[in-house]
Ligand binder design. Sequence first.
Ligand code: SF4
Length: 140
Amino acid sequence: MTIKKSPWVSFYNAGGCNGCTLEFLACTNPKFDITRFGIEVKASAKHADVLVVTGIVNKHNRKRIINIYEQMAEPKRVVAVGACAITGGIYRGSQAHAGPLDNVIPVTVYVPGCPPRPETIIKAILEALDDKNTKQGKKD
Ligand code: SF4
């Protein structure tokens, strides 16, 4: 895979125990150093090529996640990090759970684990940047 530009990543923590959030943040430290791929983490999804989501979709953040996704420019990619984002994880079946994430927005790459390791998250972001993995449109 060839990355044609320096991709920007936006991050949304939907909740959970924050374990996945800490692993994502570790991607930016000198040990894992996501910047060696030219990747920068940006505050606004409007500027992002990839949206990374951790934690569970719930009744309160469901609309917010759709709103964030809709602000992104095409082609947009989404990486679901951790069991909570993918299935609800330990919160699956709780009254708050309104996921999984791919019932709300299209997911490009899934990163299983509770939590996944930073290397796995970085690999998934790089896979998401591969155009053949990009999905268009939004689920309702
Ligand atoms: S998948 Fe596991 S580590 Fe990640 S937020 Fe959920 S409970 Fe925490």
